[in-house]
Design a protein around this ligand. Structure first.
Ligand SMILES: NC(=O)c1ccc[n+]([C@@H]2O[C@H](COP(=O)([O-])OP(=O)(O)OC[C@H]3O[C@@H](n4cnc5c(N)ncnc54)[C@H](OP(=O)(O)O)[C@@H]3O)[C@@H](O)[C@H]2O)c1
Length: 321
C-alpha cells in the first residue's frame, strides 16, 4: 500500500509518500480501506518530536473508511461496513488497523469526511468537560485553542451544557466562526496581549473551568485567573511554548488541576458509548466539525505545512488516499 511515512523527526518535509507493506489485522482488530484521514494536532507534534518507534513510521490517529478484514475475535462489525477508527499511529495510509474497541459504526446521514475526526476532537472535549471538569450550567468556561479540533468541540459541548464560553483563536475570522457555534467571548492570541485579555475576561469571579490545549503563555495566564474550586484541565501543548505554572497560584487560587489523555479511555464502555452518542448527535446536525480543506494523501507534507503555517482555515484538514 501507499503511505505517508517518516524516518526521523522534523518539519513537514520529513514526510515521504512511499510503498510500504500492508498492515496485519490482529485478532481484536478491524482493517479498513481508508477513505478520509483527519489531520490531528497530535499528528503534527509526533512528527516533530516523538522518536519514531520503527523506520519508516506511519503517524496519525484518526480515520474513516470501509472494513476490509476482521480479526478472529471481533464481533459486531462486518466487512463492507463504513466505520470511524482511532489508533495511536497508522492513519496516513491506504489501509490501517485499529482495535475493535477503538472503532465506531458510521451512522446513516454521516459521511466519512465528517466522521473521521470525531473521536479525537469530541471524545477529548467530552472527557475534559464532562468527566474531568463536571461542567455545569452557568459555569464560566475558558477554552484555550478554541479554533482547534478539540477546541471547536469543547466550545459546542460547553455551550450545550449551559456554560458561558470564552475562547482563544489566531484570527478574527476564526473567532467569528466560533461565535456562530455559540462562543460568547473571544480572544485573538496573535493580536491581543493574551495574558491581559484572559485576565480581563475572567472578571472578578474568574473561570470555573479552563480546557487547555495550547499551554505556554495562555496557560500561565489562565492559571492566575481560576475561581476558587475551579477546574483547570490540561489536555495539550499546541503552542509549543514552555509551560510555567506557579504552584503558588494553584495553592492560593484553591482550584484543581487535572491532566487528560482521552485516548487511554476510548475503549472503556463509558467513553466508547459517549463517543457513539456524540457521533449520533453530529449525524443529526446538533453538533458540527467543519472541514477547512482536503489534500491528497500523497501531499501529506504540504498539508502538515499548511496547518503549521497558521494560514489554515477553520476546522479539520483532511487527507484523502
Ligand atoms: N490530551 C488528549 O487527550 C488530547 C487529544 C487530542 C489532542 N490533544 C492535544 O491538544 C492539542 C490541540 O490538538 P488539536 O487536534 O485540537 O490541534 P489543532 O486542531 O491543530 O489546533 C491547535 C490549536 O492551538 C492553537 N494554537 C496554536 N499555536 C498557538 C499559540 N502559539 N498560542 C495559542 N494558541 C495556539 C490554534 O489556534 P489557531 O489555529 O487559531 O492559530 C488551534 O486553536 C495538541 O497539543 C494535541 O496533541 C490532546
Amino acid at each position: 500500500m501507499k503511505a505517508a511515512v517518516y524516518y526521523q523527526n522534523g518539519g513537514p518535509e520529513v514526510l515521504r509518500y512511499e510503498d510500504v507493506p500492508d498492515p496485519m489485522c490482529g485478532a481484536d482488530e478491524v482493517m479498513i480501506r481508508v477513505e478520509a484521514i483527519s489531520l490531528e494536532g497530535g499528528d503534527l507534534l509526533h512528527r516533530q518530536s516523538s522518536p519514531p518507534p520503527a523506520r519508516p513510521h506511519i503517524v496519525g490517529y484518526s480515520t474513516a473508511g470501509e472494513i476490509v478484514a476482521l480479526g478472529a475475535d471481533v464481533t459486531g462489525f462486518a466487512c463492507g461496513q463504513k466505520v470511524i477508527t482511532f489508533a495511536w499511529a497508522g492513519s496516513h495510509a491506504e489501509l490501517r488497523t485499529s482495535k475493535a474497541a477503538h472503532t465506531w459504526a458510521l451512522p446513516p446521514g454521516l459521511d466519512v469526511r465528517s466522521g473521521a475526526g470525531i473521536p479525537a476532537a469530541f471524545g477529548t472535549a467530552h472527557e475534559c468537560l464532562v468527566e474531568a471538569a463536571r461542567v455545569r450550567a452557568g459555569d464560566s468556561v475558558l477554552v484555550l485553542g478554541a479554533s482547534g479540533g478539540v477546541g471547536v468541540a469543547a466550545v459546542q459541548l460547553a455551550r450545550r451544557a449551559g456554560a458561558r464560553v470564552t475562547g482563544t483563536a489566531g484570527s478574527a475570522a476564526k473567532l467569528a466562526r466560533l461565535h456562530a457555534l455559540g462562543m460568547h467571548e473571544g480572544i485573538d492570541y496573535r493580536r491581543d496581549d493574551v495574558g491581559a485579555a484572559i485576565a480581563r475576561h475572567a472578571g472578578e469571579h474568574g473561570y470555573d473551568v479552563c480546557i487547555d490545549t495550547v499551554g505556554g503563555r495562555a496557560l500561565q495566564a489562565a492559571s492566575k485567573a481560576m475561581t476558587v474550586n475551579g477546574r483547570l484541565i490540561i489536555a495539550g501543548c499546541a503552542a509549543r511554548e514552555p509551560n510555567l505554572i506557579d504552584s503558588v497560584d494553584i495553592m492560593v487560587g484553591r482550584y484543581s488541576v487535572t491532566g487528560v489523555i482521552a485516548g487511554f479511555d476510548f475503549a472503556t464502555p463509558r467513553l466508547h458509548a459517549a463517543i457513539g452518542e456524540l457521533i449520533a448527535a453530529i449525524a443529526r446536525g446538533e453538533l458540527v466539525m467543519p472541514i477547512a480543506r482536503e489534500f491528497p494523501l500523497a501531499e501529506a507534507a504540504a498539508a502538515h505545512a499548511w496547518v503549521e503555517s497558521g494560514a489554515a482555515g477553520f476546522g479539520r484538514v483532511l487527507l484523502i488516499p
